[in-house]
Design a protein around this ligand. Structure first.
Ligand code: ATP
Length: 367
């Protein structure tokens, strides 16, 4: 088990004008399950490869426990990496694939047998130990790749999109298996994905990256509920958060196209104190916080807005409604029982205490 610490770690590939990863600062604790997410090309794999020692660090420092790793060979770092494409040896049995790294390290035969058998048991591979990878399913192959990492009992697991070659159902199953494995082994794990459900369900903390730069680090509920900027707010959550350019005046916001809303007291305080009166700001609300209006004593009816459904999707227990409020487009996630066909007109309301305001220029959250 290991702590990992990165101080202004940066990477510029030979001949490139820009940094692929810039000033990456992060302290990872023992046992943590850290997930790097972000759009394609944002630098997730480059960061992981620098930690593994497969890519040279251009500037900054990488420590594992208290030791500086910048110039330490990959095989001396006591790290196991699991890749997307499994990278199994086709001519070897499952047992030999799992044993391979241990043999290279001259581990004793008895100990290899014991470690492979234990890992196979943990991963439900016992009955496949004599088979070759070709006769295994995708999920089983990925389990062998995990097993090969597990037998080494490394300080640190690095996983680069390990589930992205699997079909949707198997992905969900393997996701839970990885969570279980982490629960049992407790090893510090760094996991790269562009799948935000994987990130939200597996991570103790998520690192959201864009253009080689960390945008926010936090527990899944933190990055979902308190995004630091527009990028994080739009990247996390599906369907994505609704955003509007609005003007703030006298405790109200308006987009001039149909949205006219009172701002709750707490947000008013932030906006007033920071001099946003009369200014244009970005208003964000998650689809989860837009509801069909029901008349009750708690919500004044003047907060209800007429909306027309343009597209509706039933997703199981929920429904996504794509709405027009005046000329303003909006997405709502409602209970499946509130599903309506396109063309239907409803009244909607918003949880005004769950909204987000961002500076128009910096796109940073206002608080
Ligand atoms: P993806 O989700 O598509 O795998 P990523 O977030 O892992 O993307 P990286 O693969 O780390 O992103 O790439 C970061 C940036 O570095 C990209 O602009 C990419 O084009 C560039 N890059 C990656 N590998 C190299 C390389 N070997 N030489 C030059 N540039 C590279």
């Amino acid at each position: 088990m290991a702590k990992v610490s990165m101080e202004k770690m940066s990477k510029r590939y030979d001949g490139a004008d820009d940094y692929a990863v810039e000033d990456f600062n992060l302290e990872i604790d023992d046992h943590e399950f850290i997930v790097f997410v972000g759009p394609s090309g944002c630098g997730k794999t480059t960061t992981l490869r620098m930690i593994a020692g497969l890519e040279e660090i251009t500037d900054g420092e990488l420590y594992i426990d208290e030791d500086l790793m910048n110039d330490v060979e990959p095989k001396e770092r006591d790290i196991a990496m699991v890749f997307q494409n499994y990278a199994l040896y086709p001519h070897m049995t499952v047992f030999d694939n799992m044993a391979f790294g241990l043999k290279l390290r001259k581990v004793k035969k008895d100990s290899i047998k014991e470690r492979v058998e234990n890992a196979a048991e943990l991963l439900g591979l016992t009955e496949f130990l004599d088979r070759k990878p070709a006769v295994l399913s995708g999920g089983q192959r990925q389990r062998v790749a995990l097993g090969r990492a597990v037998v080494r009992n490394p300080k640190l697991f690095l996983m680069d999109e390990p589930l992205s070659n699997l079909d949707a159902k198997l992905r969900v199953k393997m996701r839970t298996e990885i969570a279980k494995l982490h629960e049992e082994l407790g090893s510090t794990t760094i996991y790269v994905t562009h799948d935000q459900t994987e990130a939200m369900t597996l991570a103790s903390r998520i690192v959201i990256m864009n253009d080689g730069v960390i945008q926010q680090v936090g527990a899944p509920y933190e990055v979902f509920n308190s995004p630091d900027n527009v990028f994080v707010a739009s990247f996390i959550g599906s369907p994505a958060m609704n955003f509007y350019d609005v003007t703030y005046n006298n405790g109200k916001i308006s987009d001039g196209k149909g949205l006219n809303l009172p701002v709750d007291e707490e947000n008013r305080k932030y906006l007033d104190e920071n001099g946003y009166e009369g200014q244009e700001i970005i208003f964000g609300i998650r689809p989860e916080h837009v509801h069909e209006y029901v008349e009750d004593s708690e919500t004044p009816s003047d907060e209800a807005m007429p909306a027309k459904i343009t597209v509706s999707e039933l997703t199981g227990s929920d429904a996504n409604l794509y709405l027009k409020v005046g000329d303003t487009e909006m997405t709502a996630i409602v209970d499946a029982q509130d599903y309506h066909e396109p063309g239907y007109e409803i009244e909607i309301m918003m949880d005004m205490n769950k909204v987000h305001f961002f500076d128009k220029e910096t796109e940073e959250v206002i608080n």
